[in-house]
Design a protein around this ligand. Structure first.
Ligand code: NDP
Ligand code: GDR
Length: 374
């Protein structure tokens, strides 16, 4: 059998990096689209980088952007992929309120540009298409838990853009017979998660605080409930969805939900720190009750390490999400293997190593930048 060829948009992101690893292990030739940036932006895929001068390089990066049809068309024509994974997006919900038009251009129109390029190049019969859809489509939830048939009610420019992308994917499947499908993925995290998403903000922030590099973690809505899984489990499912006889849409979730506050408590526990939450709403604080072990030399009982800052509230919030992955389990035999608690432990351990390194540098007189936003 000849080598399968995949094209991944968003290959430099969390999911793109895990998916590229996964497909390379399966023997694929993997092409990825990276954006031009003024600094290197390939940290998540540097460990699988292959010198393009190598004769049989199987991991190839192309400069490109989802806002540029001519560029997407050229890359698709050159690569002639068997599978396209459209993971590229302005993926931050809070940022989408600040850049709604750009978010729509990348997340909604970008998806259309890719699908239309596949069609115009005559690749409909050859190329299978995966769209990174999201639990944010459910927004103001109409049913608990959320499944493939639950009505959508998007609550942010990001979610509205992704709603367009969802339906245009369905439309190309129905109108042109393309193998095109949506994975409706609930939140998934990992040590590679972007630093401004809530889980990573917490694990990184608390690790820094434990090492004396920062003093307080400023947070938004601590009551938000999410169904958190591990990115490694979820990219496996993205591939499985493209290996079926016919294209279908699937919800990918764990079926369990926890609050942001609970995730903070777990992360602190991993650092040997017991927290007590006091006050309500914008007055709420996380106070150190006890410190066990030696992972948090910078902390003592009574220290305030978490504080609510309304700056991080969203104009319209998605309060609760809980997925029902029964269809994926039943039809594809998919099961998540890593629990949210295990994932939290892995993320804290990875961030603690980084914080310890920074603390060591600082003790030796080097300045370190641990700035965080959003
Ligand atoms: P990330 O934010 O980590 O990665 C997004 C990727 O898209 C990055 O490689 C980024 O490039 C790239 N990108 C951004 N803008 C453009 C553009 N204009 N043109 C081309 N590429 C662009 O997201 P995740 O890996 O977490 O998520 C992958 C996809 O899955 C996204 O579409 C997201 O919306 C969706 N999703 C994610 C979920 C999650 O919980 N992680 C859940 C459900 C859906 P750069 O590195 O240069 O910024
Ligand atoms: P989400 O993820 O919006 O669900 O989108 P995020 O981790 O940003 O927020 C989850 C919940 O935590 C609350 N929250 C905070 N969020 C951030 N980022 N920063 C804070 O300080 C903070 N405090 C509380 C949020 O209000 C929210 O309720 C992610 C992205 O990966 C999307 O691309 C993806 O589609 C969805 O998950 C599924």
């Amino acid at each position: 059998m000849s080598t399968k060829r995949a094209l991944i948009t968003g290959v430099t992101g969390q999911d793109g990096s895990y998916l590229a690893e996964f497909l390379l292990e399966k023997g694929y030739e993997v092409h990825g689209i990276k954006r031009r940036a003024s600094l290197f932006n390939t940290q998540r895929v540097d460990h699988i980088y292959q010198d393009p001068h190598e004769l049989h390089a199987r991991f190839i990066l192309h400069y490109g952007d989802l806002t540029d049809s001519s560029n997407l068309t050229r890359i698709l024509q050159q690569v002639q992929p068997d599978e396209v994974y459209n993971l590229g997006a302005q993926s931050h919900v809070a940022v989408s309120f600040e850049s709604p038009e750009y978010t729509a251009d990348v997340d909604a129109m970008g998806t259309l540009r890719l699908l239309e390029a596949i069609r115009l190049l005559g690749l409909c019969d050859r190329t299978r298409f995966y769209q990174a859809s999201t639990s944010e489509l459910y927004g103001l939830v109409q049913e608990v838990p959320q499944r493939e048939t639950t009505p959508f009610y998007p609550r942010s420019p990001y979610a509205v853009a992704k709603l367009y992308a969802y339906w245009i994917t369905v439309n190309y499947r129905e109108a042109y017979g393309m193998y095109a499908c949506n994975g409706i993925l609930f939140n998934h995290e990992s040590p590679r998660r972007g630093e401004t998403f809530v889980t990573r903000k917490i694990t990184r922030g608390l690790a820094n605080i434990a090492q004396g590099l920062e003093s307080c973690l400023f947070m938004g809505n601590l009551d938000a409930l999410r169904d958190w899984g591990h990115a490694k489990d979820y990219v496996r499912m993205q591939w499985m969805m493209l290996q079926q006889d016919s294209a279908q849409d699937y919800v990918i979730a764990t079926g369990q939900q926890f609050s942001v506050r609970e995730f903070i408590r777990w992360s602190a526990e991993e650092l040997g720190v017991m927290l007590r939450f006091e006050g309500q709403g914008v007055e709420e604080k996380g106070v150190v009750e006890r410190v066990d072990g030696d992972k948090a030399p910078g902390l003592k009982p009574g220290d305030v390490v978490v504080s609510v800052d309304p700056r991080y509230f969203r104009p319209a919030e998605v309060e609760t999400l809980l997925g029902d992955p029964s269809k994926a389990k039943r039809e594809l035999g998919w099961m998540p293997e890593i629990t949210a608690r295990e994932m939290c432990a892995e993320m804290v351990a990875a961030d603690l190593i980084e914080s310890q390194r920074h603390a060591l540098l600082q003790r030796h007189g080097y300045s370190v930048n641990v700035a965080r936003e959003n």
